[in-house]
Design a protein around this ligand. Structure first.
Ligand code: ZN
Length: 419
């Protein structure tokens, strides 16, 4: 096992640990440790809400989730010799949930998926699902199943939702300017268009006390993905992945957090993955001047890992850029993906799932999302692929009609007297 450079004690909150992490991006957050090119190390990672979400049957914790406190990030780690213009090569050697099994923290044998309410985060289908919902998933080895969504289990694709390098002062100013300009177009919108710097609940590592207010007032929120990587929520960053991050500050200042046991493409429910705490083992190296050499002016490139689940048969749904009210939009791929997901939800409800169960499942299971056509005016075509093997029953259309999830048990439609 590589040396643990960022240890976490599961019995203590994130702010009372041996080393203090951070929940904002800023170049002045000092590194918690220095590593050399060629080094491997382990970071323990807290789930993104620092224990606010409980293993129970109520969604009140999701409804009231403390969004200003996310994400709890481990780091920054300085890589000796890394300079602006280099590419930081990060290999994910290993990743998994908190090693001890049962406990109250997500990652201790379980994780959660949440649908966030419209007035506290929202989600991809927030107009159709404006309230809070939650599913708890139990882990058995690589497999996830849920008492809240019967008749389904699947192999996780464990990955970090969030990893990235620190922005330079200039890049941070660019973020704040462009996101502030967007917010100004509709400052009262719910959910908001973007999240400005927020000193309340900011955790800034070992920033000196006299610097804290300035840094907290400038530091970027961690919710969006940006040029530095960040909260990209790429489900394919599994064990064995290699990521090439642009370096914007001396040492690169790599941070990681928001581990997911599994996630569907798009992380559609907002907290759409199976959220958990755990560990990640990283190996780092540098390509000097790699940004110019490879034409990377911004944004990470990556080679996904090779440990995807071996699902071979899929049931797919499509959508186009026409609103639910029938209005024609022009090549709107976001809308087309929403319509594809809504079609999948409609289908799954014929098996006895509630729309909320279907939505939670599509957020967390290893579904594939694709932009299938983006040029055929006026309609984009987006598609979503569900692996058929994740169900305990045959989910394909047939002359017999859909098997029914009845009392948690799949039964043939013909055997259900209620139908
Ligand atoms: Zn997450």
């Amino acid at each position: 096992m590589p040396e643990v450079l960022f240890p976490l004690d599961s019995t203590k909150p994130f702010t009372e640990q041996e080393k203090t992490g951070h929940n904002r991006w800023h170049p002045d957050i000092p590194p918690v440790a220095a590593v050399k090119p060629g080094d491997s190390f382990r970071a323990e990672v807290r789930e993104w809400f620092d224990g606010a979400i409980k293993n129970d049957d109520s969604a009140e914790d999701i409804r009231d989730a403390p969004l200003k406190g996310v994400h709890c990030l481990s780091g920054p780690f300085a890589v000796e010799g890394a300079q602006p213009g280099d590419l930081l090569v990060v290999d994910i050697l290993d990743i998994g949930p908190i090693p001890q099994e049962e406990g109250p923290l997500a990652g201790q044998g379980w994780g959660y998926t949440g649908v966030f309410p419209k007035n506290n985060g929202g989600g991809f289908l927030t107009d159709q699902f404006p309230d809070a919902y939650k599913a708890i998933w139990d882990f058995s080895g690589q497999t996830a199943s849920s008492r809240h969504i019967p008749g389904v289990s699947y192999t996780g694709m464990v990955h970090p939702g969030l990893m990235g390098t620190a922005p330079s002062p200039e890049l941070l100013a660019t973020w704040n300017k462009r996101e502030g300009d967007l917010i100004a177009t509709d400052p009262q919108r719910i959910p908001p268009l973007a999240l400005p710097p927020e000193p309340d609940q900011a955790i800034l590592g070992n920033v000196a006390a006299e610097q804290f207010d300035r840094v907290a007032g400038e530091a970027a929120r961690t919710a969006p993905p940006r040029e530095n990587g960040g909260n990209q929520d790429i489900k394919n960053l599994t064990k064995g992945s290699r990521v090439f991050y642009p370096v914007f500050v001396e040492g690169g200042h790599l941070s990681v957090g928001d581990l997911h046991f599994s996630q569907g493409d798009g992380e559609i429910t907002f907290c759409g993955a199976i959220e958990m705490g755990g560990y990640i083992d990283l190996h780092v190296d540098i390509i000097k001047g790699g940004m110019q050499t490879y034409g990377v002016s911004e944004n990470a490139i990556f080679m996904p890992g090779r440990t995807d689940p071996q699902y071979s048969e899929w049931l797919a749904f499509s959508g186009t850029s026409v609103t639910l009210e029938g209005e024609q939009k022009y090549l709107d791929s976001q809308l087309a993906y929403q319509r594809a997901i809504l079609h999948a939800i409609d289908y799954l409800t014929t098996f006895g799932y509630t729309p909320e169960q279907a939505y939670l499942l599509l957020g967390a299971a290893p579904i594939e999302g694709r932009f299938s056509g983006v040029v055929d005016i006026p309609n984009s075509c987006a598609t979503v692929y569900i692996p058929t093997e994740i169900f305990d029953f045959d989910p394909r259309p047939s002359a017999e009609g859909p098997t029914q999830i009845s009392g948690g048990v799949p039964v043939p439609r013909a055997a259900n007297p209620a139908l």
